[in-house]
Design a protein around this ligand. Structure first.
Ligand code: C5P
Length: 226
């Protein structure tokens, strides 16, 4: 399945904690575009596998889980996200660091990635899509109108993630988080299938020391230039 050439897609890829999620949400709101948080699909695959007792080395089982995900992305009245998996609210579980680690393990399996491909591409609907992940520009939306590789220093990414989790009432040490982020970066960059790297033609944006508003505005300026 390919993506209709007429639907503009803004692909934002980058490592954990680079701010992709926040920036993608703001840009999609500013443009009135749909939003794809592709990482959530890998996270949900890890959660569903665990609840169905599918082992992390059962490649076919995991691919089946990914294909059959029954997921609903919703929002609460205050605009915060709400994610339902087979009708069950898993919003909090989705964002746990342990879920992120499980996600990066299942994401290294080619059959799992293949299972999630059509589902991701189906998000490309009028008037447009902002898609965030690791391989939006390199694999899923190769003809995206704009490809961005958003990055930040490892220390800043760990600090941001720490604040984000603390704000959600989750207690994690900064040192443990830094280690998790480094491990995950390594797994995501070194895997043989869809490794994390800038797509050809991607614009690199280093958000270290920049505010959310400044990064969002830069992306919107690039969109305006299209
Ligand atoms: O972005 P997020 O932290 O939610 O992603 C969780 C994990 O899912 C990543 O560490 C990565 O291994 C995997 N992922 C991926 N491809 C994507 C999005 C996420 O492999 N497009």
């Amino acid at each position: 399945m390919t993506v209709a050439a007429t639907i503009p897609v803004i692909a934002i890829d980058g490592p954990s904690g680079s701010g992709k999620g926040t920036i993608a949400r703001r840009v999609s709101e500013a443009l009135g575009y749909h939003l794809l948080d592709s990482g959530a699909l890998y996270r949900l695959t890890a959660i569903a596998a665990e609840s169905q007792n599918i082992a992390l080395n059962d490649v076919n089982g995991l691919a089946g889980v990914a294909l059959g995900l029954d997921v609903e992305f919703d929002s609460n009245e205050d605009g915060s996200e709400r994610i339902l998996l087979s009708g069950k609210d898993v919003t909090r579980q989705v964002r746990l660091e342990s879920t992120g680690a499980g996600a990066s393990t299942v994401a290294a399996i080619p059959a799992v990635r293949e299972s999630l491909l059509a589902r991701q591409r189906a998000f490309a609907e009028a008037p447009g899509l902002v898609a965030d992940g690791r391989d939006m520009g390199t694999n899923v939306f190769t003809s995206a109108a704009l490809k961005i590789f958003l990055t930040a220093s490892a220390e800043e990414r760990a600090r941001r993630r720490h604040k984000q989790l603390k704000d959600k009432g989750m207690d994690v040490s900064l040192a443990a988080l830094s280690r998790d982020i480094e491990d995950r970066d390594r797994r995501d960059s070194e895997r043989s299938v869809a490794p994390l790297r800038p797509a050809p033609g991607a614009r690199i944006l280093d958000s270290s020391g920049l505010s959310i508003v400044a990064v969002t505005n830069t992306v919107l300026e690039w969109v305006a230039e299209l």
